[in-house]
Design a protein around this ligand. Structure first.
Ligand code: 1CP
Length: 346
């Protein structure tokens, strides 16, 4: 049984009072204690993620400092790539020496074993539920498409126009191979999310962080239909576990997304929340969508923008306050505190 809470209530459109808050990337490089924990454990990043005690410690850091309404297990979407046997290096951006470039390699990926190899994430969730504070714990996975982006490209370049160019051209050159890969990932992700729920995760978040780089029509064919399979499966098997889908630049996909069996849609700052609310109705709660750049601004701006968002959504029982994308490494921890205090003291 999941404990009723502000966060879970908001997921099911029944929150009263101030909105719950959690933040994407609430653990991570902006926190000096996290950087210290990483430095003292010289393992590469994926190896760090594989130790449940370290994942547990990293999950706890923001909870010690801030009054958050949910935890999120410390891990990464790319543990799935590692479980499939691909060698990822961190420089510090993820780098794959041999990205996938043909159908034969996709056929040879051992999907059956991959989900089992990810048991360390479930072990971390068990520790969080046993030893952490009694707030809901969010488990997560990348969406099939977003994980595939990192499997088909060597290094995601910082030049926006060329970002995931190999991945984007693979979709057109070899659509059948691409869909074969996405189906394999879908099967693994279903199993992986079930494991997390069985370990005690109170909610599951699917990060489709790169869905928006697909053309409008290809979004449905290469991202949405696989997300739909995952959500249908999880929602049918665990109807009490709220599913959060996060995506960026989703304004033009809301008519497609509103048919998904999800409880929450996480939106970035390019989408107008009232427009989204109109499109989604009362069945799907909304989460977001402060610009993460405001955390680089003065205290006055942080308080003003946060208060304006709370006021805008004050009559919405299905609203979860979050950033529109993850906290950036340069963010001052005191700004994060101010944001959280502004919400919790409202
Ligand atoms: O050395 C280090 O410390 C590595 C930095 C780091 C951290 C702290 C990476 C590498 N991942 C993480 C943790 C992480 N990643 C968490 C747990 C932290 C928390 O939220 O409390 C989560 C939920 C993620 C999810 C994630 N990883 C996403 C989806 C969300 C999003 O931000 O869009 C994505 C796209 C990644 C890929 C990734 N992992 C790490 C980096 C540097 C990146 C981005 C690479 C890129 O720019 O494409």
């Amino acid at each position: 049984m999941v404990n009723p809470s502000r966060f879970i209530n908001a997921c099911f459109h029944r929150n009263t009072g101030r909105p719950p808050i959690w933040l994407m990337r609430q653990s991570g490089r902006y926190l000096p204690e996290y950087r210290e924990l990483r430095q003292n454990n010289t393992k590469n990043f994926i190896e760090f993620c594989k130790v449940p005690e370290l994942s547990f410690k990293a999950t706890m850091i923001p909870l010690k400092h801030y009054a958050l309404d949910a935890s999120i297990v410390f891990s990464d979407i790319l543990v799935v790539v590692d479980a499939l046997g691909l060698n990822i290096q961190w420089q510090p951006a993820p780098h794959l020496e041999n990205p996938i470039n043909c159908h034969r390699t996709i056929q040879s990926l051992d999907a059956d074993k991959a989900a089992q190899k990810l048991h360390y994430v479930s072990d971390a969730i068990k520790m969080i539920k046993q030893h952490g504070p009694s707030i809901p714990c969010i488990g997560f996975s990348g969406s099939p498409w977003t994980i595939a982006c990192y499997m088909l490209d060597k290094t995601p370049t910082n030049r926006a126009a060329e970002r995931f160019l190999s991945t984007r051209s693979f979709v057109y050159d070899q659509p059948a191979a691409c869909q074969h890969l996405l189906q394999k990932l879908t099967d693994i992700i279903i199993e992986y999310c079930c494991q997390q729920i069985q370990a005690g995760a109170d909610s599951i978040c699917l990060f489709d962080s790169w869905g928006h780089i697909l053309s409008h029509d290809n979004y449905e064919l290469f991202s949405h239909q696989y997300i739909a399979q995952i959500c249908q499966h999880l929602n049918q098997r665990y109807p009490h576990i709220p599913l959060i889908l996060f995506g960026r630049h989703l304004s033009t996909q809301l008519d497609t997304i509103r048919h998904l069996p999800i409880q929450v849609l996480g939106l970035d700052w390019t989408t107008n929340l009232n427009h989204a609310r109109e499109k989604l109705g009362d069945k799907i709660a909304i989460q977001g969508n402060l610009d993460n750049a405001i955390l680089m601004c003065s205290d006055r701006v942080i308080i003003e923008k946060t208060t304006a968002l709370i006021n805008e959504q004050h009559n919405n029982p299905g609203f979860i306050l979050n950033l529109g994308h993850g906290i950036l490494p340069k963010t001052p921890p005191n700004s994060v505190r101010l944001l959280i205090d502004t919400v919790t003291n409202f």
